[in-house]
Design a protein around this ligand. Structure first.
Ligand code: UT7
Length: 332
């Protein structure tokens, strides 16, 4: 065991089986498959069945990640769940997951919207480095479909449900390890992407419900511009901290919001698009679950290879942005 390095010991993901295609959405709002595909790259997304909570998806992903790490739930020292669609305002969804997987450790949620998973990886790495905990379960999980106005074509075509999980711990011999992380926030832009009501600022009332203030609201073009800028800067900064250059990236795992954003980021940092992992065509934007699920899929589909330099990068409401540089090993 290489004590000073923190690695991802196991990964897992879970997607609901129900598929909602662009053609299905054509029947719900004034939109078209052509518009959605050309403006976003999305073809379909997964939607959780009625009655399914974020903790249900996260629990499925977590069990796989714990098994893949060769551990038991009782080995965990801490659980962090990144989500913007918690089961309830409180308790933390991480506490519900703790009960469902049979863990006994502390658990809390992390609120960094779509950047939640790379934020949580950085937090977990710090705790393990500080030797506060040995094994930490980190999840990005969303049933965001319950927070979408399915009559608003400007948002309802974009999002999907899912969950991804990673178990972190002291890096194993020949295993992967996190080289560097970078986190950013800008609260001046917090109005561009939000769910306005349901918190202490605008408590839920008959009026707030009638005005649809409990649904996701977004200034798409403002979010688009900032996403390109901050994700490009985050990649550059995390590489600088890792002592590496863009040419050395083997696989970029970006937040999956819009194919045009991914193309623009790749152009800006001069990275061939072939090195960018893309699954938004199948899942849409799963907020905090996006990079978590993408990392799991890229590690299994051969895009991430032994010794690859992997960079995770995300952007989201807050605004927040984050990146992690990981040197892959022979063990996942
Ligand atoms: O996860 C957090 C990060 N989120 C993001 O990164 C999302 C970033 N933003 C985006 O991906 C894009 O801004 C959108 C996909 C949301 C929108 O694309 P856009 O090219 O910025 O379109 P727009 O908002 O400027 O709208 C262009 C037109 C408008 O019509 P007019 O005003 O030009 O007549 C919209 O009403 O497209 C219309 N429109 C639609 N038309 C058909 C908006 N949504 C739709 C729709 N179907 N679903």
């Amino acid at each position: 065991m290489t004590k000073e390095r923190v690695g991802i010991l196991g990964l897992g993901s879970y997607l609901p089986s129900k598929v909602l295609t662009n053609f299905d959405i054509e029947k719900m709002v004034d939109t078209s498959d052509e518009w959605i595909r050309t403006r976003t790259g999305i073809r379909e997304r997964r939607i959780a069945e009625k009655g399914t909570a974020t903790s249900d998806l996260a629990t499925r992903a977590a069990k796989i990640a714990i098994k893949n790490a060769g551990l038991k739930a009782t080995d965990l020292g801490l659980i962090i769940c990144a989500t913007i669609s918690p089961d309830m305002s409180f308790p933390a969804t991480a506490c519900v997951i703790q009960r469902k997987i049979g863990a006994k450790c502390p658990a809390f949620d992390l609120a960094a919207a779509c950047s939640g998973f790379p934020f949580a990886l950085a937090v977990a790495e710090g705790f393990i480095r500080a030797k506060m905990y040995q094994y930490i379960l980190v999840m990005g999980a969303e049933v965001i479909s319950n927070f979408i106005n399915w009559k608003d074509r400007s948002t309802c075509v974009l999002f999907g449900d899912g969950a991804g999980a990673a178990v972190l711990g002291p890096a194993r011999k020949d295993g992967n390890y996190i080289i560097s992380s970078f986190l950013g926030s800008d609260g001046k832009q917090s109005d561009f992407l939000k769910i306005p009501a349901g918190g202490s600022a605008i408590p839920t009332t008959k009026e707030s419900l009638e005005a649809g203030l409990h649904f996701v609201q977004m200034e798409g073009s403002e979010v688009f511009k900032s996403a390109v800028k901050t994700m490009s800067e985050a990649v550059t900064e995390v590489l600088k901290r890792a002592g590496a250059t863009v040419d050395e990236i083997d696989c970029l795992i970006p937040h999956q919001a819009n194919l045009r954003i991914l193309n623009a980021v790749a152009n800006r940092i001069h990275l061939p698009i072939e090195k960018v992992f893309i699954n938004l065509d199948r899942y849409g934007n799963m907020s905090a679950a996006s990079t978590a699920v993408a990392l799991d899929e890229a590690s299994k589909n051969g895009m991430i290879k032994k010794h690859s330099l992997v960079v995770i990068v995300a952007f989201g409401s807050g605004f927040t942005w984050a990146a992690n540089a990981i040197r892959w090993g022979s063990i996942v």
